[in-house]
Design a protein around this ligand. Structure first.
Ligand code: FHN
Length: 431
């Protein structure tokens, strides 16, 4: 990922500004919602075909049961916007091969369901209206398509007739539909690249193919083979514009020019599971967003809608509360850069914008906050938000120490903004 060029810097500008996006895993797997033939199936909901070892013949009838009459693109996009999210990445096609748009290349799509509405078309129109970037997740692995290899162990469809090159042509044909029929697409978010049939050459080629169709589209690193497991960053010379940690946030950032986005579930599944109620708290979700921004990365938070087409209530509540916090503190997240301090600080996190530092206080119980090694003179320090309470700051050989105002002690995740006398200079001590 050492292809640093001005064009790329321009293309990723909105992504760096955005910092916070909504991931949506939706499809036929929402219908069983983690239960197959009355049995709770372990693992993530969108893998039920695999986890329950379902045959294609037994899985296909779900298409006739998919009828999300409560689906409202307007509501979904408004919920993301009110939460402070700036882009939406939705599963155009997940590993089960089912397509959420009207594809001319298959009947295994939403037009083959009783619903008969092009979900991506409606979302594209609403995203344009509400100025939210629409992005498409697209799985390279396809358990349903007869030409995709390898087959699952219990899938007895003959292999001899399968033609992987023909599968790639099919996939490219569908990507052409998605990248020419739904307006500007912010990110092509590939996944399922880990099987041996998909090669580095395929990855390089697909990256160029997407960029040729929409030059401004950002392509994640799962288009190619360089990703290092769940840590998600690419090692070596592979295609892809940014790294994709999954269900984890890197310990530290990766320095300027290295872009990444951590994707995470709100409970323990990407696709809807009726019995998974292990919801993360709003505080945990906000701390994750702040943690990502303080390390120069984005936070892509997942929603698994119900088969009726709604967002589970616990998700709506948490997103609403995140939106409230961002309405008051968004300045300390959007368009910020990574902390100038080499490691996360014991009391919280720091984001930066020019000569301003934003101190996100996770632990308000201690009387003072130390900014170790900060050598730049502090012009002013005050709380972010309506009150703008002034915060005493004093310089010492150790760095700068701030005295926490009493009023902040009970506030959830307060932010202090520091105006510096120039770009922050931090002297890292050996000890
Ligand atoms: O197998 C998928 C999984 O279903 C989900 O889509 C996540 C989201 O990033 N990615 C894969 C697991 O790494």
């Amino acid at each position: 990922m050492k292809r640093i060029d001005a064009e790329r810097e321009r293309r990723l500008a909105w992504f760096r500004e955005a910092r916070f996006g909504m991931f949506i895993h939706w499809g036929l797997y929402a219908v069983p919602g983690g239960v197959w033939k009355g049995r709770d199936v372990g693992g993530v909901g969108e893998w039920i075909y695999n986890s329950a070892q379902i045959t294609v013949a037994d899985y296909e009838p779900l298409q006739q049961q998919f009828n999300p009459v409560k689906f409202s693109a307007k509501e979904w996009v408004a919920t993301a916007k009110d939460a402070g999210m700036r882009y939406i990445v939705i599963t155009s096609k997940h590993h089960d091969g089912f397509c959420l748009w009207d594809s001319k290349l298959t009947d295994w799509d939403v037009m083959g369901t009783p619903f008969k509405r092009d979900i991506l078309k409606e979302l594209a129109a609403e995203c344009q209206k509400q100025k939210i970037k629409l992005c498409f997740y697209h799985s390279i692995m396809d358990w349903h398509h007869p030409d995709y290899l390898p087959r699952r162990g219990w899938d007895k469809r003959p292999v001899a007739e399968a033609n992987f090159a023909r599968y790639i042509a099919y996939m490219k044909g569908q990507l052409k539909e998605l990248l020419t029929g739904y307006g500007p697409i912010g990110i092509a978010w590939f996944d399922g690249e880990w099987e041996g049939t998909w090669t580095h050459a395929h990855g390089e080629d697909l990256y160029q193919f997407v960029r040729a169709l929409q030059p401004n589209t950002i392509v994640n690193n799962r288009v190619d083979k360089g990703r290092q497991g769940m840590a998600g960053m690419t090692k070596g010379d592979f295609a892809g514009d940014y790294g994709t940690p999954e269900q984890e946030i890197p310990a530290n950032g990766f320095g300027e020019g290295v872009d990444w986005e951590s994707c995470m579930t709100l409970n323990d599944t990407w696709g809807f599971k009726s019995k998974d109620t292990n919801w993360k708290s709003t505080e945990t979700l906000l701390k994750n967003l702040i943690d990502c921004a303080s390390k120069g990365g984005n936070y892509l938070l997942n929603v698994g809608p119900t088969p009726e087409g709604t967002f589970p209530q616990p998700i709506i509540e948490r997103l609403g509360m995140m939106g409230k916090w961002l309405k008051a503190h968004g300045e300390a997240i959007y368009g910020t850069q990574a902390s100038p301090f080499p490691k996360p600080l014991p009391w919280g996190r720091v984001t930066r914008k020019g000569n301003k530092l934003y101190l996100h206080v996770f632990n308000t119980s201690q009387p003072t906050l130390l900014l170790p090694g900060l050598k730049t003179k502090v012009k002013s320090a005050r709380t972010l938000g309506k009150e703008r309470i002034s915060v005493p700051a004093s310089a010492s050989p150790e760095g700068v120490t701030l005295t926490l105002p009493e009023s902040l002690k009970n506030q959830p995740l307060p932010v202090i903004v520091l105006e510096l006398d120039g770009p922050p200079t931090v002297e890292v001590s050996e000890t």
